[in-house]
Design a protein around this ligand. Structure first.
Ligand code: ADP
Ligand code: MG
Length: 701
């Protein structure tokens, strides 16, 4: 149960004065950590200002900058309402100080309001952006027109928040003010010497400092108050991971030692030899499987590095030991693909595998479930459907989780609970820089496949502005004539599925104009079966071009596809571009990747595209991605921080991570049940940052 002291922070934002049901809905949209959930007051408080307007600088008119918002102290000189019939002309008000004058410009003005707010001869403080118009300084629609009384109430630096359509700054500012009043006094969870050494403020003081900036420095991501909250978030995640880890250790493991008969038969049946990276990874995994402890290992490898084979051989090992294995993929398409590609090999060597998805026919499903219970099936491959309670194993020993970053810690645990001391192998196709491995996975053991299977040809990567679409179409027509198959990816347009879909549909129509009915379409809103049908048609070569939203991002394998067109490449992150490109270059044919962009390219987008042209090494790309994201931050273009984190941004706060990890280790070692005073405070922290699933583990004993 969540401690009562946190209740005020977990109340809905709708309980704040001035937040009606409509505004609350908008807050849900911007703030809720889970789509469709209700935004709580804590969520609002973690929505820190993106920038601020410094109202303290009061330059004289002659010195005022034309960049950014300025606050001027002026005297009202003259009113110039629109004359004659030209009602579209603005209402202008001339104001001055000793150094010059400025025209305040109001379009479609409420004359009454202008006259009341700016009486001639009065002293006023106006804030807004200055511009030069026809040789004269003007300020269009000042964001503030204040008298002395209004000025006194103004915060020195006005916080500016990220918004969504329909939500304005004032509404957020007001709600945040209300929320700050609800923050309870919480016991300190940060270790006291660290707290003292860093000169940090308490949790509630830090929130106040950041939401009511006393100066521009409070908006700096390195401000101590920001560091403190970032540390809180990192500590919460590290403690949660530490608790999971400790629990796994406590539960112990079992030794699964194979005799090599099935794995050997698989190897003998392969049309190629394994890379040495694959062999090394298997040696590490088999050592874990054979140990009495629980395996928790991450298998990292670039797209196409052959992780699936490693997983299959590892699963074969536990089957040799008389046990079962399961492999979970994030999407139906992928689960099916794994299954279909393993099936011929499995049949040849006597491995009994089955597929479990959300769409199995009832009869088929119950046969599979019975087979898993009785042990007649050795390996279950599937999607989230594997989590369902009805799925039980006779003796599950190994769970392989493909493309893990899409699943949470608790899901990993749910799979682990389907058997006795289940060993867990997590596979990710996104090469992750070391710092991030630590963040997302804690102290996991890591195996890496850095080497690609022999015989792969480099991918020819080019960048073109979208204006050259004609050339692209002509080039593709030639390639198709020569037998190529083409992926054409349309990006997220606006984080709005309908718009994404429209873009992809429109592209399909345009391409169909040139290529007739040999252009397929697959997108996220299609039903599972339609998706599969579109993918299958492309796989079988019934379509030459597959237009897709980013659903093909993960793992899908069509070796005949040798051309990847990525439209609006400037909108994709580096990791995503790399993932997408990895869909081609899988067969022996020469592959091409065309990055179509809309000019002008921003600095960061340009850097990304250059890196893509330079290298195919996923680990290098991952490091560059992290670096560029850091620059994005500096350039102020960055919208969201490190995925999964709200306050901590690893590019900026990465140095805090090892500190948090060490502290988390101490906490978990010294007080594994979080029973001491500090332990209880740490529990609060876990709730605050939504890591309380780890607390449930404590109760499970
Ligand atoms: P990943 O999951 O790491 O992206 P896959 O396991 O899907 O990569 O492998 C990509 C392709 O490479 C598959 O067609 C697979 O059969 C093939 N492959 C795997 N290992 C090797 C190898 N050692 N030599 C040649 N081809 C390989
Ligand atoms: Mg894969």
């Amino acid at each position: 149960m969540r401690p009562d002291i946190l209740n005020p922070l977990f109340a809905s934002v709708a309980t704040l004065p001035g937040v009606g049901p409509k505004t609350a809905k908008l807050f849900d949209k911007v703030l809720a950590p889970v789509n469709g959930a209700e935004a709580r007051i804590a969520d609002l408080l973690f929505h820190l200002p993106q920038s601020g307007i410094d109202r303290r600088a009061r330059p004289q008119i002659a010195e005022a900058s034309l960049e950014g918002v300025v606050m001027l102290e002026v005297t009202v000189v003259d009113h110039r309402p629109p004359t004659g019939r030209n009602s579209k002309a603005p209402y202008r008000v001339l104001v001055e100080d000793e150094t010059g004058d400025v025209l305040l410009v109001f379009f479609l003005a409420n004359h009454n309001w202008v006259e009341r707010s700016l009486p001639i001869g009065a002293r006023r403080w106006v804030s807004g952006k200055l511009e030069l118009w026809d040789g004269h300084l003007q300020m269009v629609h000042p964001d503030k027109v204040l008298d002395a009384e209004g000025l006194a109430k103004l915060p020195p630096v006005e916080p500016i928040y990220g918004l969504t359509e329909g939500l304005n700054q004032r509404a957020v500012q007001k709600a945040v003010e209300g929320a700050l009043g609800r923050v309870p006094l919480l016991p300190e969870w940060i270790e006291s010497s660290l707290f003292a050494q860093r000169n940090w403020a308490s949790f509630s003081e830090a929130l106040v400092t950041l939401h009511r900036p006393g100066g521009p420095e409070a908006l700096n991501l390195q401000h101590p108050a920001r560091l403190r909250l970032a540390y809180d978030e990192l500590l919460a995640s590290q403690v949660a991971l530490g608790l999971v880890r400790a629990r796994m250790r406590k539960l112990g493991g079992r030794a699964s030692v194979g005799d090599g008969r099935i794995a050997g038969a698989i190897e003998a049946a392969l049309p190629f030899t394994q890379t040495s990276a694959q062999r090394e990874a298997l040696v590490e995994i088999r050592a874990d499987l054979a140990a009495e402890t629980r395996m928790l290992r991450l298998l990292q490898g670039d797209v196409g590095s052959g992780k699936t084979l490693v997983a299959l051989l590892a699963m074969a090992t536990v089957v040799e030991a008389g046990r079962q294995a399961t492999m979970m993929a994030p999407t139906e398409i992928l689960a099916r693909q794994h299954y279909e590609r393993m099936l011929p090999l499995a049949e040849k060597v006597g491995l009994r595998i089955a597929l479990i998805t959300g769409r199995d026919k009832a009869a088929e499903r119950s046969r599979t479930l019975a087979g898993l219970e009785s042990g007649e099936i050795d390996i279950a491959i599937g999607t989230h459907a594997l989590f369902q309670e009805s799925v039980g194993f006779r003796d599950l020993a190994l769970a392989v989780v493909d493309e893990q970053h899409r699943f949470g810690v608790h899901q990993r645990l749910a799979l682990g609970s389907k058997g006795e001391a289940v060993d867990i192998l997590v596979m990710t196709a996104t090469p992750i820089p070391r710092t991030l491995v630590l963040t997302y996975f804690g102290d996991m053991d890591v195996s890496m496949l850095r080497e690609k299977p022999a015989g792969r040809q480099p991918i020819d990567t080019r960048a073109l502005p979208i204006e050259r679409l004609d050339e692209v179409v002509a080039g593709i027509a030639r390639a198709i004539k020569a037998g190529a198959r083409v992926y054409w990816v349309c990006p997220l347009v606006d984080e709005n599925e309908d718009l994404d879909l429209a873009a992809a549909t429109e592209r399909q129509e345009v391409l169909a104009h040139f290529f007739g009915d040999r252009v397929g379409l697959v997108h996220g809103q299609m039903k599972g079966r339609e998706k599969d049908a579109a993918m299958a048609a492309f796989q079988r070569g019934e379509t030459d071009i597959l237009v897709a939203t980013t659903v093909i991002e993960v793992g899908v394998d069509v070796p005949e596809a040798t051309v990847m067109v990525i439209e609006h490449a400037e909108r994709f992150g580096l990791a995503q571009l790399h993932q997408l490109r990895g869909r081609v270059g899988r067969g022996s044919g020469r592959s091409t990747c065309l990055l179509l962009y809309k000019s002008p390219l921003g600095q960061v987008a340009q850097a990304r595209i250059e890196i893509m042209r330079e290298t195919e090494d996923g680990f290098r790309i991952a490091e560059e991605d992290l670096r560029l994201r850091g620059e994005g931050e500096v350039l102020g273009t960055r919208q969201s921080g490190t995925p999964g984190f709200r306050l901590a941004s690893l590019d900026v706060h990465g140095a805090l991570l090892p500190v948090a990890r060490d502290d988390a280790r101490l906490i978990v070692d010294a007080d594994p049940d979080l029973a001491t005073e500090r332990g209880k405070a740490v529990r609060l922290l876990l709730y605050l940052f939504g890591r309380d699933e780890a607390i449930r583990l404590l109760r499970a004993g």
